[in-house]
Design a protein around this ligand. Structure first.
Ligand code: NI
Length: 175
């Protein structure tokens, strides 16, 4: 049970493909998940992937009721998702602002699939199968990208849409 250090953009472990979890409901897996929640809650994150705290396993967590870092979005159920498989539903995409605990102080506007089916397992090995949209779908895509070594700035279409948080009130485009 510990708040762990979150790796920052530039640290090589963030760019690896993480390994699948092979054994569920183990003390080691529950301890990892607990550390991830302790860390995410301490930093007001909306989600966290195991590689961000240096464990190269296909484990993500996400969810919040009301999040001061994302004041305008709907709540997302607290979820532990292991060995996830994502299936976009349709071609429709949405632009939205994202932040990342591994990229502190910045926000970027990223295009994601609007609707998504995701499957995987919780820490006890119980299957999860959900169809979601909007910010919930965005969070899942962002967190699962971490398992493939992808940080959101690698998905930016326009570098003007990468910003420091204190400039978020400025117009996005020069006119
Ligand atoms: Ni992130």
């Amino acid at each position: 049970m510990a708040v762990r250090r979150v790796l920052k953009m530039g640290e090589s472990q963030l760019y690896r493909r993480a390994d699948p979890v092979k054994a569920f409901d183990t003390p080691a897996l529950h301890a990892l998940v607990q550390d991830m929640f302790d860390t995410m809650v301490a930093l007001n994150g909306a989600g966290l992937a195991a590689p961000q705290i240096g464990d190269s396993l296909r484990v993500v967590i996400f969810g919040f009721e009301a999040n001061p870092r994302y004041p305008d979005v709907e709540p997302v159920p607290t979820t532990v998702l292991i060995n996830p498989v994502l299936e976009p539903l349709g071609e429709e995409r949405e632009d939205g602002w994202e932040g990342c605990l591994s990229v502190p102080g910045l926000r970027g506007q990223v295009s994601r699939y609007k609707r998504l089916r995701y499957r995987g397992f919780d820490a006890r090995g119980i299957e999860i199968d959900r169809t979601v949209e909007g910010f919930h779908a965005r969070v899942v895509q962002h967190e699962c990208d971490h398992l493939d070594g992808i940080l959101y700035p690698m998905r930016l279409a326009d570098w003007r849409l990468l910003r420091f948080e204190e400039t978020m009130e400025e117009p996005a485009q020069p006119d």
